[in-house]
Design a binder for this molecule. Structure first.
Ligand SMILES: *Cc1c(COP(=O)(O)O)cnc(C)c1O
Length: 226
């Protein structure tokens, strides 16, 4: 399968899932996750209409950032060390992985020194997995209320990574729980809370049915990573 075919197949599936759920597919963004993908292949995806790219490692992101067109919209989706915040600020449009207070402070400080505001999503560890980063559901509400008081830090929504499941249906309760939290946070803090980032190659159709408006998709577009 070519990248172009993969892009159109993923789009078709998103459209079907959206229609099934009574949603407008136009409101659903796909972040093409390009970790381990060479620049030439990423260029092909960009030419084929991929509008947003996601990386989870700072070094790899910076390498690719240098080589790809300036207008590319990058998202940072991985665990971020506080001492690396400065390197990506101003270069990425959205950080999906705000997962602890120390990082909120570091982003706020870096934002105030440079670009003024940084858009972020709060990562929630819905399933409470030991192997994953993110706030517990029970702490996310207070965390967001506090973090919104930090200058320069613009909280735009929530992100989660569902547990690895053989059957995508097993991810549904976690997506639903994040959606409920999202609704609550939006009710409290208003429509600036706009993005719900959930769903990957194995479970994105279920995520669409449960209300995701940003999907992070790697393997289904670029094939299996080494
Ligand atoms: C790698 C990665 C993805 C994409 O995973 P696929 O299963 O390849 O689609 C999504 N989100 C994050 C945070 C990732 O690290």
């Amino acid at each position: 399968m070519s990248i172009l075919e993969n892009l159109s197949r993923v789009r078709d599936r998103i459209n079907s899932a959206a229609f099934k759920a009574g949603r407008d597919p136009a409101e659903i963004r796909v972040v093409a996750v390009t970790k381990n993908v060479p620049v030439a292949v990423i260029s092909e995806a960009l030419a084929g209409g991929a509008a947003f790219l996601g990386e989870n490692r700072v070094q790899e992101f910076l390498q690719k950032y240098k080589q790809l067109p300036k207008e590319t919209e990058w998202h940072f989706i991985g665990h971020l060390q506080t001492n690396k915040v400065k390197k990506i600020i101003g270069k990425v449009k959205l950080i999906h992985s705000l997962d602890r207070w120390e990082l909120a402070e570091a982003i706020s400080k870096a934002a105030c020194n440079t670009v003024c505001t940084v858009d972020v999503l709060v990562q929630v560890n819905v399933a409470g997995e030991k192997t994953k980063y993110g706030l517990p559901v029970s702490e996310a509400g207070d965390f967001i209320a506090d973090a919104l008081k930090l200058p320069g830090l613009n909280i735009r929504g929530l992100m989660t990574i569902a547990p690895i499941c053989r059957n995508p249906e097993e991810a549904r309760p976690f997506f639903r729980q994040l959606r409920e939290l999202f609704n609550l946070v939006r009710e409290i803090h208003g429509p600036g809370i706009e993005f719900l980032s959930m769903g990957m190659s194995g479970d994105y159709e279920v995520a669409v049915e449960e209300g995701a408006n940003i999907l992070r998709i790697g393997t289904a577009l670029f094939g299996t990573r080494d």
